[in-house]
Design a protein around this ligand. Sequence first.
Ligand code: PBG
Length: 327
Amino acid sequence: MTFPFTRMRRMRGHAVSREMARETRLHRQDFIYPSFVREGTNIVEEITSMPGQYRYTVDQLPRMADACLEAGVNKIILFGIPENKDPEGSGAFAGDGIIQKAFELLSERYSELYLIGDVCLCEYTSHGHCGMIKDGQVDNDQTLAVLAKTAVSQVASGAHMVAPSDMMDGRVGAIRRGLDGAGYKEVPILSYAAKYASSFYGPFRDAAESAPQFGDRRGYQMDPSNIREALREIELDVDEGADMIMVKPAMAFLDVIHAAWQEFDLPLAAYNVSGEYSMVKAAALNGWIDEKRIVFEILTAIRRAGANVILTYHALDAARWLKEDEG
Ligand code: PBG
């Protein structure tokens, strides 16, 4: 039936009929909050390229954790920035490493907070690459053992889940074997399965001091032109034992999120990355956009595309706004 019997506007005429017709809703449980921890004491420093985001020293982490729980966000992913870097990235798995100290404190003090460890070496290596260098190249196979060791040490310090973001081939399997061998059979792996070589990571590399000192990451992260390759990447990670999969970044890759949702029945995450956040923040600070409405529109689109959960720097704001709206 067509016009005039059918009128699409009827259901749009009242806030409550719009509410009934709504297909996608946001909830604070959809969000994972990414945060940064650094060495030192008594420092909370704003990240210049990410207004409203901070690096915390371990003693100041309770401020971040309290803010999460107050907003109703119960999951975080943590990135460590070590004092010293070396070619092997040995700070990533040091017993008294920055991320290990952070997980120890948070797991002891905040039982309600679910802790996810980002497993990668780029913040810890002096060359800024995500793996070990051999003959001027990032050496895949040599890196796997280091990643597995890093994952085990994060879990030993209190992480509930590990999320490898390095894009080495075979790393999910290596980490699974490492965790199982250490007795952590029940610890899930969230794989950054389809991670693109993206310019949207710019502000993060400032924040984590992890920009590569030579070359770029196109030899291991994916070409943004490809979607079929993303499905292969995901399939391999699923075969290696991934418990959850991720597409990253989000906004320019909604088609990839949707394809992953259609093809795979694992829980799906999407990472609304630093550059996506900073663009919104910059425009909002200039008064050019309505920040709250834009953030809801973006997060809703990512959910609509198929992501169950979203890693986003907007998490605390969005959770607070959702609470406000509920009244
Ligand atoms: C580490 C890592 C990166 C991000 C998450 N984990 C940076 C990179 O690959 O260069 C990016 C997150 C963001 O931009 O918010 N490999």
